[in-house]
Design a protein around this ligand. Structure first.
Ligand code: NCD
Length: 322
């Protein structure tokens, strides 16, 4: 079957690429959420399924990864599929000899059913998606997007709160370079009455063009400058790491890192009893370990578990096994 590269999902997942969260509309999100829920229940009873049996996925990760890599690999293997894994292909694949990404992908499509890729360049995964007929999933393209992280985070808020309409939340940290933030914000435009408080160093505020685009689509964003201004009614706090690898110098990074640190005192001062404390991880000092014991902290537990379930659901949907 021929695929149309980067097509809107429009609730038809079969053979679609997952490159940008902009491909999703409300009903496509709802289908993902329902499928994640179903798979999560199934897996809690029986830790393996055969849904992806006889299917092969390749994971091609040009940038470091722990969670995204492992959760995609386990999402395939726990459903009976197999993986061909390239970590650090810039050193281990024919990329060393100067092969283009497109050629690498075109070779892979002769062997495999889906390409899951992470790369430091914005737009690189889109280029690959346009050059092959098998589905391509974006596991992070530079400071661009990370759509599957947004899906798992949206699912987590939906699961815990029952809806995304009417949600108020806080984003903190690197809102300029953080691709998880970009995808999550773009996802929220599909829901009604969402208000997001944005706390970042001035240098790391959300890009003005992206902000206007999101506001034009109805998202309400309130930029704040200190922890003092965090409203108590937030359903979630989404803390993020300053993206060191996007800075041109160590000094520029050091000047802005850890300006805002999530501590038990801050949660006590500004958190409500139902608050969800989220972070895409890795954290590098911006959440103190003392916060981990708070039952509202879900970044090392529910959020991680839902990452695997969400990737299981998405792969099953695009490979036609659900
Ligand atoms: C994030 C990423 O790679 O964008 N990590 C992840 O995939 N969970 C966030 C980050 O690196 O800060």
């Amino acid at each position: 079957m021929q695929k149309e590269p980067l097509a809107p999902i429009a609730n038809q997942f079969l053979h679609k690429d997952i490159v940008s969260i902009n491909q999703f509309d409300r009903s496509s999100f709802e289908t993902v959420f329902t499928t994640v829920q179903k798979i999560k229940e199934e897996m809690q009873e029986n830790r393996f399924s055969e849904r992806l049996s006889k299917l092969l996925a390749t994971l091609i990760f040009f940038e470091p990864s722990s969670r995204t890599f492992s959760s995609f690999a386990t999402a395939v293997k726990r459903q009976g599929g197999q993986t061909l894994e390239f970590q650090n292909p810039a050193q281990t694949s024919s990329a060393v000899k100067g092969e283009t990404l497109e050629d690498m992908a075109r070779v892979m499509e002769n062997y495999l059913d889906v390409i899951i890729m992470r790369h430091p360049e914005v737009g690189s995964v889109e280029r690959v998606a346009r050059s092959v007929q098998i589905p391509v999933v974006n596991a992070g393209d530079g400071a661009g997007e990370h759509p599957t992280q947004a899906l798992m985070d949206m699912y987590t808020i939906y699961e815990k709160r029952g809806a995304l309409d009417g949600i108020t939340g806080l984003f903190a940290g690197d809102l300029l370079y953080g691709r998880t933030v970009h995808s999550l914000l773009k996802g929220f435009v599909n829901f009604k009455n969402v208000t997001l408080y944005m706390l970042s160093p001035t240098e790391l505020r959300i890009d003005a063009a992206l902000k206007s685009e999101l506001e034009a689509k109805g998202l309400k964003m309130v930029e704040i400058e200190s922890e003092e201004e965090i409203p108590v009614e937030c359903a979630f706090w989404y803390w993020t790491r300053v993206q060191k690898e996007r800075f041109s110098s160590e000094d520029a990074y050091n000047a802005v890192k850890n300006r805002f640190i999530l501590t038990p005192d801050l949660v006590a001062a500004k958190g409500n009893p139902d608050l969800l404390l989220m972070h895409p991880l890795p954290r590098v000092g911006e959440i103190t370990e003392a916060v981990d014991a708070d039952p509202r902290a879900i970044y090392l537990t529910t959020q991680i578990q839902n990452g695997m379930y969400t990737r299981m659901a998405l792969l099953s949907l695009i490979l036609g096994r659900i």
